[in-house]
Design a binder for this molecule. Structure first.
Ligand code: KG4
Ligand code: ZN
Length: 353
């Protein structure tokens, strides 16, 4: 089963060729970060226009790098949502056209199910990674989402914690912008925080009485802004490092605490972590330590498959692609439309793991 997958939900134009839902033969990601950097965040219209320019070259490159032709492709998978509607439309329209021209089944994929399935991916020369047994919890933590899901089977996914305001990645991006450090904020903050003191500033853990497992990052962002205002000018040198290290420590602490609380509450000791913020080394290490202390297991994909990519979309599409190919069926393309906001539990297709 060889799947060509396409992802264009935000500011990455991506295509991949994946064998058996796991073995990544090629994985091309064209990032638009430079185009959005001067605005301090993703500008939807700029994203859509650039997807249009890049999508065909990215697909061609994926086919070429994997050394496959259209005759080798069994199915096409594409992100249907959630995401920026104009950005999604580009990938979806191209996928529909290619499926029609080459007569391949088209598999629509929920973006967050892609993130959940990324743990199964590996390169052809790598051993198969261990994937979690059901049930497991999954933290998806990116610029657009910060949520914990309970996954009881490939069909049964429930959200058990969400953010009340900003996503964690959004907080990194906004703090970076306040300090004039550029976009995306996560990698810059992680780098600039090295040598800073985690406890130089105290930021409190939000206490949301009605939903104790929920996240909140907007208070933390405002607290950082207040510190900057009190400082009288933009902090530089060691002052900046201390502020960033303390902010990063508070954000990581909130994510880790909520995950361990959720694991105890749900009595599930397996945790999958994915999304751009899962690239943060502090977060990876502290989750590992905290979950091991509960005698649980953490599953985090390599960093390149934590951020948006198309390989994870193929992984999520695998089970469904098998069904389509066996039945010789095609999705009803006319019904496929971009879904800008889309709850994960509305999507009943099986996961790829
Ligand atoms: O999953 P992703 O590529 O795109 C979506 O938002 O769906 O995630 C991007 C987000 C950005 O907010 C970025 O600042 C954050 O992930 N990020 C990080 C790190 N690398 C990326 N946040 C913290 N530490 C990092 N190392
Ligand atoms: Zn994402």
């Amino acid at each position: 089963m060889i799947i060509l997958s396409i992802e264009s939900s935000c500011d990455e134009t991506a295509a991949a060729i994946v064998k058996e839902g796991r073995i990544v033969l090629s994985d091309i990601v064209h990032s638009q970060v430079k185009l959005h950097a001067k605005w301090g965040g993703v500008v939807p219209e700029i994203a859509s226009r650039n997807h249009l320019i890049e999508v065909i070259p990215v697909i061609d490159q994926a086919l070429k790098q994997a050394e496959v032709t259209w005759a080798d492709i069994d199915a096409i998978a594409v992100t249907q949502g959630p995401g920026l509607v104009g950005a999604l439309l580009v990938g979806l329209q191209v996928a529909k056209s290619l499926a029609y021209v080459h007569q391949k089944p088209l598999i629509p994929v929920h973006h967050l199910r892609g993130h959940l399935s990324a743990v199964a991916l590996h390169a052809p020369n790598e051993a198969q990674p261990k994937v979690p047994e059901y049930p497991f919890l999954a933290l998806v933590v990116s610029g657009g989402h910060t949520a914990i899901y309970r996954v009881d089977s490939s069909h049964d996914i429930k959200i058990i914690s969400n953010t009340q305001d900003d996503a964690a990645g959004e907080a990194f991006d906004k703090v970076s912008r306040m300090l004039g450090l550029g976009y995306p904020g996560g990698p810059v903050i992680e780098k600039e925080a090295v040598g800073g003191q985690d406890d130089a500033h105290r930021f409190t853990l939000p206490n949301i009485k009605a939903a104790p497992l929920d996240f909140s990052f907007s208070g933390l962002k405002t607290a950082v802004l207040t510190k900057i205002k009190k400082h009288g000018k933009l902090p530089t040198g060691q002052d900046q490092k201390d502020l960033l290290a303390s902010f990063q420590a508070a954000a990581v602490h909130q994510l880790v605490t909520r995950c361990t609380e959720a694991m105890k509450q749900e009595q599930v000791l397996r945790l999958v972590v994915s999304g751009g913020v899962a690239c943060n080394q502090r977060l990876r290490e502290q989750l590992q330590t905290a979950v091991e202390a509960l005698e649980g297991q953490v599953f985090i994909p390599p960093k390149k498959w934590c951020t948006d990519n198309a390989a994870m979309i193929a992984a999520a599409a695998y089970a469904q692609a098998n069904l389509y190919v066996k039945r010789g069926a095609h999705a009803d393309d006319d019904l496929l439309n971009a879904m800008s906001s889309w709850a994960v539990d509305y999507f009943v297709e099986p996961l790829g793991i």
